[in-house]
Design a protein around this ligand. Structure first.
Ligand code: DAH
Length: 344
């Protein structure tokens, strides 16, 4: 029958057309061309009216079969397309869990910060709080109220970067003492440490630097004595330089403390026998300290008959240099990563 031939031709044409199908839309167009309302199959259907009633059932059956076969071909192609799409998607999104991870380079804390934190931990454990103050400071707090009036010769000990007559880069962390005393308005006991950067007008060389770091400690309360200072210094020395350290206090002079002391630790290299580290004295100087001068207490509104205090100021670079045998203080701020990374 004629229709059979047409079906074979149509199927051949469809197979041919399918080789050009790329997108789902292409496939929908093809389907519409054959199975749509005005498609090829619909045309065959409409030819039915020209047949005799006897011929119609057999013809109708044939067209139906043809329609089903065309539909099967197109649908199975759609299925294959979909399978391929899913397979591609899975392949693209696959994660190879066996790949080695990427290492993220980790920074490390600067040695100065490590030491500050070590000292902070120790003092926090003894009930202190950490205070900070500004690096641009008033002459009033950096000098004047620390018992260093304008004409005082001891000002020469700290070559100062002045900004104006009254403003400067702080030469030590001691002004934080003044600020804290003033904040507490003559009352309340005080127990603070203050880490921070300080500045001096020095020529940079292996042992001098225009900037360095100090940690100040201040205790003010009733019944504070030199023995409390001594105990605190011994605890600090042993924490930083080993449990078998001894300390030695030598009389010294700072305008803001009276009496003032220079603190030495027993040499941890030769244990007192004498070596280049301690310049053959058996002792290494580490910091300055003393009992808060009455003049400072009075200037900040404290009753000197009721309150006493002690203070100490330690150079953080000095601690690091001693602890790790570093020979050039400039290494702390020139930020050569090869230096910094040694202290992870
Ligand atoms: N401020 C002193 C300096 O930079 C160090 C110092 C000495 C601080 C004695 C103190 C102290 O608190 O009591 O040279």
């Amino acid at each position: 029958m004629e229709i059979k031939k047409q079906l074979e031709q149509a199927l051949a044409a469809i197979h041919e057309a399918l080789t050009q199908v790329v997108t789902p839309n292409d496939l929908a167009d093809l389907k519409a061309k054959y199975l749509g309302k005005k498609g090829v199959v619909a045309e065959w259907m409409s030819a039915m009216k020209n047949l005799t009633p006897e011929e119609r059932p057999a013809f109708g059956q044939l067209v139906n079969e043809a329609k089903n076969r065309i539909n099967d071909v197109i649908e199975s192609f759609r299925q294959k397309m979909e399978d391929r799409r899913v397979a591609e998607k899975l392949a693209n999104e696959a994660v190879d869990v066996t790949l080695p991870g990427r290492t993220i380079p980790m920074g490390s804390k600067h040695l100065i910060n490590q030491i500050i934190e070590e000292v902070e931990d120790l003092f926090i454990g003894m009930g202190y709080t950490v205070k900070e103050g500004p690096e641009i400071e008033q002459d009033l707090y950096n000098f004047e109220m620390l018992n260093l009036p304008k004409s005082h010769p001891a000002r020469d000990m700290q070559a100062t970067f002045y900004i104006t007559d009254e403003l400067l880069l702080r030469t030590h962390t001691s002004p934080v003492q003044v600020r804290t005393l003033l904040e507490n308005g003559g009352k309340k006991p005080i127990k603070i440490i203050c880490p921070g950067k300080v500045y001096r007008r020095d020529e940079d060389d292996m042992t001098h630097s225009h900037q360095f770091t100090q940690i100040e400690a201040l205790v003010v309360d009733e019944y504070v004595t030199l023995a409390d200072l001594k105990g605190t210094l011994l605890t600090l020395a042993r924490k930083m330089f080993g449990d078998d350290r001894q300390i030695r206090l030598r009389p010294s002079y700072f305008p803001f403390t009276e009496p003032s002391v220079e603190v030495d630790i027993s040499c941890y290299q030769c244990h007192g026998k004498g070596c280049p580290m301690c310049k053959h004295t058996g002792w290494i100087e580490i910091l300055g300290a003393g009992m808060v001068n009455n003049a400072v207490l009075e200037a900040t509104g404290y009753d000197k008959t009721k309150y006493q205090g002690f203070a100490l100021g330690v150079g953080v670079e000095r601690l690091a240099i001693l602890k790790y045998g570093i020979d050039d203080i400039r290494a702390f701020f020139t930020n050569d990563l090869r230096f910094n990374r040694q202290f992870k």
